[in-house]
Design a protein around this ligand. Structure first.
Ligand code: GLN
Length: 197
């Protein structure tokens, strides 16, 4: 397997690099198009999706990432990263774009002001994971190909997977939770993808 990249433009990319290194994976920092060559997967961190969108265009990685996702590159996004992987964004700013890949709609900042941030044990596949929610989006619409991998007891969809792409509303990387990243590493191994520009 080639390296797993972490998009290091804005947001909590350091925590993703640390989480992957705790799993014994040496992650590669991705800032420019040529950094993408050879990747077997890409992590898109949490942060601010509007800023990640703008900086991706400025650095010239927006179109290459969009194309690699359509070619089947495994990807994993947390929070703003989930927003970047959604085909449709509701409550985006004017002109906001995403890489796409997940045939879903996400609603930004869906948890309202008084519940902006909280920590929780979240149902994830057949288990629970620890995570922080920070101005988190929810998945407001899914399609036939969407596998729902995390749903809160109150019904909100907060984790999905389609093929090699996984997105969650919350941040396991901020609380030392390793299970979701570990699953992503397995997805990358199985996909055996190598990015070419
Ligand atoms: N609200 C942010 C956005 O719209 C996401 C917050 C986060 O990544 N913790 O991008």
């Amino acid at each position: 397997m080639g390296p797993i990249g972490v998009l290091c433009l804005q947001g909590d990319y350091r925590e993703h690099l640390k989480t992957l290194s705790q799993l014994g994976i040496e992650a590669k920092r991705i800032r420019l198009p040529e950094d993408l060559i050879g990747l077997s997967g890409l992590v898109i961190p949490g942060g601010e999706s509007t800023v990640i969108d703008k900086l991706s265009h400025i650095n010239g990685v927006f179109d290459p990432i969009k194309r690699l996702l359509s070619q089947g590159m495994p990807a994993f996004g947390t929070c703003a990263g989930l927003i970047m992987l959604a085909e449709r964004i509701s409550d985006g700013i004017q002109g906001q774009e995403s890489f796409g890949g997940l045939n879903i709609t996400v609603q930004r900042n869906a948890f309202g002001s008084q519940l902006d941030s909280f920590e929780a044990s979240v149902p994830f596949l057949n288990d629970y994971v620890s995570a922080a929610f920070i101005r988190a989006p929810i998945v407001s619409q899914v399609s036939e190909e969407t596998e729902i991998i995390s749903k809160l007891p109150t019904g909100e969809i907060v984790g999905v997977r389609e093929g090699n792409i996984m997105g969650i509303s919350f941040h396991p990387e901020l609380v030392g939770e390793l299970a979701v990243h570990s699953l992503f590493v397995e997805m990358c191994k199985k996909a055996d993808f190598r990015a070419e520009l």
